[in-house]
Design a protein around this ligand. Structure first.
Ligand SMILES: *Cc1c(COP(=O)(O)O)cnc(C)c1O
Length: 380
């Protein structure tokens, strides 16, 4: 039934037999920088690559400060804490996301509330956000509270799904009106821009991920982005066990975290970043070829970047007619050497989060029943 599509994807990736979903590409200075770490023994918490990686990511994104972390989940956890999220607060986010978004919220002791996504971006809907707040929230002493639970609504975490920027300016405006901190989960959207501005820079803090399946990788790794330099300095302190600088003394002034990125991972990151623009240009070309192909295929719609956006097209996505078609497409592609995956199981359907508050989730459920990710690796 999907033979034409399967053949097209195989051809796109050079008829190699099996086509994976998303694998990393190492074509630059990776080995050279890693050798340097090993030769100098600076593989861990000391070495020049962490500082260099943070500097180049800050310059690349336009952030005032970037702080490297062991992974994107840790980066997001730290970002939420720096936004002031704590025990028994509520955090508004998407049910349509990777579990890390929710786990990071739970680590702070806060409760996630799931808001519907937008049909054009697959990310948090500013309209649904506004509607939920108007119905359920009130401002008391300049702070936002959930009228029913009585809890403080502290932050909102939109996620740029598959690298496609959400309507971030509208979300930021709603957050400002309701005195809620904006924390962007930009784990999937390195290089993606909204009206020319890099994702992750619209709120108080943003988090990137450099996991092995992302657009560029450090093996495992993440980065917190800041427009506020002082907050960035605090993040650096807290992610490095809150150790007070001294030549030999062990003095710590907060409960810190061992969230620092090792030098060996940062070395990989420095090499990968040198090719980021090239990788994204390649991924956008692949997306264009997919878009052209699926124009002529009935009942499969290729998801393209929203208006005013530049997407990294981290993972390409198609929308099938219904749940039955989605399952058939998954079966046939995976049976025939083309790796595809359904979009994540919705957070509110997982046992840990099924009691969490949510709105109608109308578009969320619509996407969950139809979306499949198709091969997206760089083809260079
Ligand atoms: C990848 C990802 C993260 C962070 O994941 P790590 O594997 O910890 O780097 C967070 N949120 C989303 C939506 C992601 O896709």
């Amino acid at each position: 039934m999907y033979e034409k599509t399967i053949n097209f994807i195989k051809e796109l990736y050079g008829n190699v037999g099996f086509v994976p979903l998303s694998v990393p590409k190492f074509i630059g200075n990776e080995k050279k920088y890693l050798d340097e770490c090993i030769d100098t023994t600076f593989v861990s918490s000391v070495g020049k690559f962490v500082d260099r990686f943070e500097e180049v990511v800050a310059i690349y994104t336009g952030a005032k400060r970037a702080v490297a972390c062991v992974n994107g989940t840790a980066a997001l956890h730290m970002a939420l804490m720096l936004a002031g999220v704590g025990r028994d607060d509520e955090v508004l986010t998407q049910a349509l996301t990777f579990i890390a978004t929710c786990n990071a919220i739970i680590y702070t002791g806060a409760h996630p509330v799931f808001i519907d996504v937008d049909r054009n971006t697959m990310g948090l809907s500013p309209d649904a956000l506004k509607k939920w707040l108007e119905k359920n929230a009130e401002i008391r002493n300049g702070q936002c509270y959930n009228k029913r639970s009585g809890r403080r609504v502290r932050a909102c975490v939109p996620m740029h799904t598959f690298g496609h920027p959400v309507l971030i300016e509208e979300i930021a405006a709603v957050c400002a009106e309701w005195h809620i901190e904006l924390v962007e989960d930009a784990a999937e959207s390195v290089c993606s821009r909204y009206k020319g501005k890099h994702t992750g820079l619209f709120g108080k803090v943003g988090a990137l991920s450099f996991n092995g399946n992302k657009t560029i990788t450090t093996g495992g790794g993440g980065m917190i982005l800041f427009m506020d330099e002082e907050l960035g300095a605090l993040a650096k302190h807290l992610t490095t066990q809150a150790k007070v600088p001294h030549r030999w003394e062990f003095r710590h002034d907060f409960i810190g975290y061992n969230y620092r990125m090792p030098n060996i991972n940062a070395a990989l990151g420095c090499a990968q970043l040198e090719h980021l623009d090239e990788f994204v240009a390649d991924k956008r070309q692949t997306a264009k070829e997919y878009a052209d192909f699926f124009k002529n295929i009935d009942d499969i719609y290729f998801f393209t970047e929203p208006e005013d956006c530049f997407s990294n097209y981290w993972l390409n996505a198609v929308i099938l007619k219904d749940k039955k078609a989605q399952q058939e497409f998954l079966q046939e592609t995976n049976d025939n050497g083309v790796m595809t995956r359904p979009i994540w199981e919705l957070m509110n359907r997982l046992p840990m989060f099924e009691k969490c508050e949510h709105d109608s989730l109308e578009n969320t459920v619509w996407f969950a029943d139809r979306v499949v990710n198709i091969p997206s690796s760089v083809r260079l």
